[in-house]
Ligand binder design. Structure first.
Ligand SMILES: *Cc1c(COP(=O)(O)O)cnc(C)c1O
Length: 346
């Protein structure tokens, strides 16, 4: 396979979607003020307020690690803790950034099914200790959809936020693939977040079809106090902010954000449908968003690699296929055909 062949190892192997690209090009004209005092930043923030049907505070960061880490840091004192799933990106893939940017707030992990926290697990961890020796729980973070592609239902989010309110915890949502979750549930962004009790959302732009960029949305403006300074201190304040903001205008105003999520999810469903009938192969997790985890004999996985397919096996040893906004169903069929052939030869 050539370098240009579409691969499904990660949803950020894909390029930039046309709507984001066009907005970048529109923004690439003339001279505008720096550091966010520009029309594109205003337009992007307004587009978020329109989409979320609320007057939230919006900030832009270069990547999801910074967005998550700074958002969690803003909810905590250094002696606080954050409850998360043991497979949460903040725990396993951010190199300690949440602890670093919060000056020591500890992540408290819970073993989970498919990465989903439950109200019971949160309550039990948050109330298990209340003495001075334990880092005082202050926030909960959920990943929507989870790292293995499970989608919290609105009822599940509401049940979690109810426990959070009861225990005085703030609720953060890592929405690196937020659009995929909205597409999967068919609900509005408002329903998924503030109407279900989410305090802060990190909305992923990169995996949704942008070159770079995540947005941090504070639904309770009080929580965002000083967040602009946090971003600057962490090296996340873009001087040419218009180029971080413009692609959001492009994908939000055109509806591409949701179309992109839908087509990625459809590609995952398309592959899963072709794997299910194959005896001896197993989908490790329900396919609810844009991820497919395939458990198969080593010979089959080796065979796929030999045929040029790229994939990661860092979660549970199975092959992870992650579909992007531009996943081509013909290429998904080519992958499925190779899986079928290798399966027949087992
Ligand atoms: C990709 C991803 C992020 C962001 O990762 P960066 O590489 O820092 O942009 C955050 N959370 C989850 C669940 C992700 O999959």
């Amino acid at each position: 396979m050539t370098q240009n062949t579409q691969q499904f190892a990660s949803d950020n192997y894909a390029g930039i979607c046309p709507e984001a690209w066009a907005a970048m090009q529109d923004a690439n004209q003339g001279y505008v003020p720096a550091y966010g005092d520009d029309i594109w930043t205003t337009k992007a923030s307004d587009a978020f307020r329109t989409l979320f049907e609320t007057d939230c505070e919006i900030f832009f960061a270069f990547n999801g690690t910074a967005a998550n880490a700074l958002a969690l840091a803003s909810l905590c004192q250094s002696y606080n803790s954050v409850i998360c799933s043991a497979v949460a990106h903040v725990e396993t893939d951010e190199c300690g950034a949440p602890e670093f940017f919060s000056n020591g707030s500890k992540l408290l992990t819970v073993p989970t099914q498919g990465g989903k926290l439950t109200p019971e697990a949160i309550r039990s961890l948050a109330t298990g200790r209340s003495d001075i020796h334990f880092p005082k729980p202050r926030a909960v973070t959920i990943t929507q959809p989870t790292e293995t592609g499970q989608v919290y239902t609105l009822e599940e989010i509401r049940a979690i936020s109810a426990v959070c309110r009861d225990l005085g915890l703030r609720l953060h949502m890592d929405g690196a693939r937020f659009a995929n979750a909205c597409a999967a549930l068919g609900c509005s962004p408002a329903e998924m977040t503030w109407q279900s009790g989410v305090d802060v959302l990190c909305f992923g732009g990169t995996k949704n079809g942008m070159a770079v960029g995540e947005a941090i949305l504070f639904f309770d403006p009080k929580l965002s106090e000083g967040f602009d300074y946090r971003c600057k201190q962490a090296g996340q304040l873009a001087s040419k902010m218009r180029f971080l903001a413009a692609p959001w205008v492009g994908i939000l105003e055109s509806g591409a954000w949701l179309r992109n999520g839908r087509s990625a999810n459809a590609a995952a469903a398309h592959l899963a449908g072709q794997i299910r009938p194959l005896e001896g192969l197993e989908l490790m997790f329900p396919v609810e968003a844009n991820a497919v985890f395939l458990k198969a004999p080593a010979a089959l996985l080796d065979g796929l690699r030999e045929k040029g397919w790229r994939f990661y096996t860092f979660i549970g040893g199975g092959a992870r296929f992650m579909f992007a906004w531009n996943a081509d169903l013909a290429q998904v069929d080519a992958l499925a055909e190779d899986i079928r052939q290798l399966h027949a030869a087992l």
